[in-house]
Write a protein of this length. Structure first.
Length: 93
């Protein structure tokens, strides 16, 4: 996943496998690698909507979005957005 997301030239990339939290849920498989949380910061997201940013991530991951990934929570920001202080209650990218 990291290699493929490298196509977006991220300045920050955090991937957390949350599969263990979803054991027994739809799409969960033994061994994990099915439910992920992604934080990605890239200048490539500048001027793009949240939906467009998520599509860029899906495109970079390609067929991994079908198997093994079942669920992917995405926070996609530009470097400027990532550096700005958050407002309480503000949802991320």
């Amino acid at each position: 996943m990291r290699r493929r997301l490298g196509a977006l030239a991220p300045t920050r990339l955090e991937l957390v496998d949350e599969s263990a939290k979803h054991a027994g849920h739809a799409g969960a498989k033994p061994g994990g690698n099915t439910h992920w949380r992604l934080t990605i910061v890239s200048a490539a997201f500048a001027g793009k909507s949240t939906v467009a940013r998520h599509r860029m991530v899906y495109e970079a991951l390609g067929e991994l979005m079908k198997d093994p990934i079942h669920a992917l929570a995405i926070s996609a920001k530009t470097p400027g957005e990532a550096a700005a202080p958050s407002t309480p209650g503000e949802s991320s990218g």
